[in-house]
Write a protein that binds this ligand. Structure first.
Ligand code: NDP
Length: 496
């Protein structure tokens, strides 16, 4: 395949006619698994190699344009991506399962993020020049090189753009491998973006993780991997990148705790915010609340109010306006959450299954699950210790704050956490003791972390930081260009 067939357009990729013969796999609607929403090509290792070479060939031109011009092109693409958001959101709901307003947020993130980083790009051409008595050093930010972006299925467009837009602004060509479980809206978005940029700057490699994903990570011309997904897959990515010493940034899983202090006011606002944080995207968000620790003095009122709020949830096809949450994205996820709930019951926990099914939901044809609330479990229960990634949450009481902090930190994860209190200073002080990349006070949702805050995980939740200039730094190199008049501060061997 010649590089002129790149970047791959959506239609071409999905029909397998982009210059390579590819096997096609169906993308099924999680709300009606009998419906094929689209087709997804399975790129071979040879295709991966062609695409990486095309990206590498495009790298010097994209760099030479300068950040200002790159930003201008990105802004034009952002304007184009403002059109068709509703159509792409509907496509995303049909392939991913989540409700339409969430899909609009996801798809609508593409123009917003491109625009934001187009604005930042204007500052990137500025070089720092340091003069001192010995001469001059120029400190330059330079692109790192062909950058692979691997994304999961829960927020595919937003999570891709969150790392892709800064990579482009920094001057890197990108190669995206979407998740085979939600590739369509993302590929459409990338096809529109690619049309506004020089050939080879934005590329899509469809395929499975173990085949196309691993081949991309291990390719010797790839200089950076921006990976978002599970911790176990993150380990494979690190191993795959080791051979070529390829730089890797990881956004991995989370088991986010929320600590509700004695001083919290358990009112409607708090209950609704926490409900939203637990059940958004049917519980399938890396930084959704996954465990609730409530001070014993507040425990009963919290559990009662929370359960009655969860009981209002309507589960159905994400396209039905009355649905509050959609189905789980895939069968494997449904089986994993179902098994976890069964294990919780075996361990003596109480699982209150709440909410109701939308009357038109085709329950047996989709990956539907009613929301639940778990009580009566100890900190050692499986559902407390893992990232459940589904519509359920354990609620545990605590007696003193040291115990709450200990339980919050007793996890391999460290993505985000929240503290809930009417005493903000006290909540902030407690937040300092929690091992998480983001700690929110009185909020915890998609959007709680904006571009002014670094985003990323501690411990096994990730490597590196996203948002703002931190994201640009993740995919840039710094070069020191120095002309110094003497080397007195680092003398050579004495001369005789
Ligand atoms: P996975 O880790 O299973 O997959 C993520 C991506 O990696 C997919 O595109 C997948 O491809 C690909 N992949 C799989 N194996 C390999 C491999 N060996 N080499 C390279 N790529 C590979 O995660 P999920 O898609 O199941 O997403 C859920 C996970 O993502 C959760 O743990 C969640 O917490 C985490 N996540 C983290 C976020 C963060 O910002 N920290 C945000 C969102 C999710 P394919 O599936 O097509 O085979």
């Amino acid at each position: 395949m010649s590089s002129s067939t790149l970047p791959l357009s959506t239609a071409a990729v999905l029909s397998g006619s982009a210059g390579f013969a590819a096997e096609l796999a169906p993308v099924l609607n999680p709300a009606r698994t009998s419906e094929v929403v689209g087709w997804y090509a399975q790129a071979s290792v040879e295709v991966v190699d062609d695409v990486v070479r095309a990206a590498a060939a495009a790298a010097p031109l994209w760099d030479a344009l300068g950040a200002l011009e790159r930003g201008r092109l990105m802004a034009a693409a952002a304007t184009a991506l403002e059109h068709g958001i509703d159509e792409r959101a509907e496509l995303l709901t049909r392939e991913q399962g989540k409700v339409l307003w969430e899909s609009r947020l996801d798809v609508g993130g593409a123009p917003r993020l491109l625009d934001y980083y187009a604005g930042l790009a204007a500052t990137l051409d500025t070089e720092e020049v340091v003069h001192d008595e010995r001469g001059t050093t120029v400190i330059r930010r330079v692109p790192i090189g062909p950058t692979v972006v691997i994304v999961p299925w829960n927020y595919p467009v937003y999570l891709c753009m969150m790392v892709l837009a800064p990579a482009l602004a920094a001057g890197n060509p990108v190669i995206v491998k979407p998740s085979e479980l939600a590739p369509l809206a993302l590929t459409e978005t990338l096809a529109i973006l690619a049309r506004h940029l020089p050939p080879g700057v934005v590329n899509v490699v469809p395929g499975t993780g173990p085949a196309a994903g691993a081949a991309l990570v291990g390719h010797p011309l790839v200089r950076k991997v921006l990976f978002t997904g599970g911790t176990q897959t993150g380990r494979s990515v690190l191993r795959g990148a080791a051979e070529n010493i390829t730089s890797v940034s990881l956004e991995l899983g989370g088991n986010d705790p929320a600590v509700i202090l004695e001083s919290a006011v358990v009112d409607d606002q708090l209950i609704r915010e926490i409900r939203r944080s637990v059940y958004t995207c049917t519980g399938q968000v890396c930084f959704n609340i996954k465990r609730l620790y409530v001070h014993r003095s507040r425990y009963d009122e919290f559990v009662e109010q929370f359960k009655s709020a969860v009981d209002e949830i309507v589960v159905g096809d994400g396209l039905h306006p009355e649905s509050t949450i959609g189905p789980l994205n895939n069968r494997r996820q449904w089986e994993s959450v179902t098994a976890l709930i069964a294990e919780t019951e075996r361990q003596g926990g109480t699982v209150d299954v709440l909410g109701r099914a939308h009357p038109e939901a085709r329950w047996n044809d989709g990956h539907f699950m009613l929301p639940s609330v778990i009580t009566g479990v100890g900190h050692e229960a499986s559902v407390v210790g893992c990232e459940q990634f589904g519509p359920t949450v354990p609620i545990l009481p605590f007696d003193d704050e040291d115990e709450a902090v200990r339980m919050a930190n007793d996890t391999e994860f460290g993505l985000a956490a929240s503290v809930w209190s009417s005493d903000i200073d006290h909540a902030l002080a407690l937040g300092r003791r929690i091992e998480a990349g983001s700690v929110f006070v009185n909020s915890h949702r998609v959007g709680s972390s904006d571009m002014t805050m670094p985003f990323g995980g501690m411990k096994r939740s990730g490597l590196g930081r996203n948002h703002g200039m931190w994201a640009i730094d993740e995919c840039s190199e710094l070069q020191a260009l120095s002309h110094r008049l003497d080397t007195a501060s680092f003398p050579g061997p004495p001369t005789h």
